[in-house]
Design a protein around this ligand. Sequence first.
Ligand SMILES: C[S@@+](CC[C@H](N)C(=O)[O-])C[C@H]1O[C@@H](n2cnc3c(N)ncnc32)[C@H](O)[C@@H]1O
Length: 235
Amino acid sequence: MAKITVSSCAEPEVQKSVDVFSPTEYTTMLIGFLQENADRVADRAVCEIGTGNGVIAMQAAVLGARSVTVSDVEQDALDAVSASFSRLGQGPTEFSCLNGPLWQPHGKRRYDVILANLPHFPTPSLTLPGRLPTWSMGGADGRKMLDPFLEGLTGHLAPGGLAAFTHNRFVGIDQTRTFLEARGMSLQTCCETIVHLSPLKVSALTHGPDGYGPDVFTLGNHVFGRVCLAIASWT
Ligand SMILES: C[S@@+](CC[C@H](N)C(=O)[O-])C[C@H]1O[C@@H](n2cnc3c(N)ncnc32)[C@H](O)[C@@H]1O
């Protein structure tokens, strides 16, 4: 009787490297906004707080920003962004890379365009797989970084400038509007979209999936949240 030899193939090695700074649909909202408002970026001084992967700032550079200043609290991110900028063909005339929280490393600088996709998910504790703890945790009300960011706009937004930042509607878009109006600014929203909230994120929501009114809703086993781009400018 013939013997049948089954040779076992070694499993192909699974690529396990994960980019902890990979962009999301929040990132692309800002990229889209910049592409649609190229005239507001060309020859302007642009800053991005919480730059992470740096692609939003790079988009501003590609659109001809006069200067681009990025900041983050993660030095690994800043090192990678600096390297990417040095390879960028249409680099800005001036590029600055700053390490530190929110406005702290920016001193008294003012910018024509301020961009941010800050951690503002409403949870006191959350570490997502493949992400650093600093990626999305916004404190119990989601405003731990949002409020000091807004507070700093008055000292950093140049006359005639605009700030564009992602905003989970469920962390209080009306609160943000009131906050800015009290400081002589107006707020518009655009690029409204809906994002899927992973089960891990849902379980971390401070008030649970039913505690945020219509801006967080459930369909079957899946939970979704409403997101917009907030555009602040001087009145
Ligand atoms: C949601 S990620 C956005 C990254 C990137 N801008 C994008 O849109 O893909 C938030 C970024 O903010 C950074 N970050 C967290 N806390 C910060 C703080 N206090 N000041 C400045 N950046 C911070 C994180 O390291 C991370 O890169």
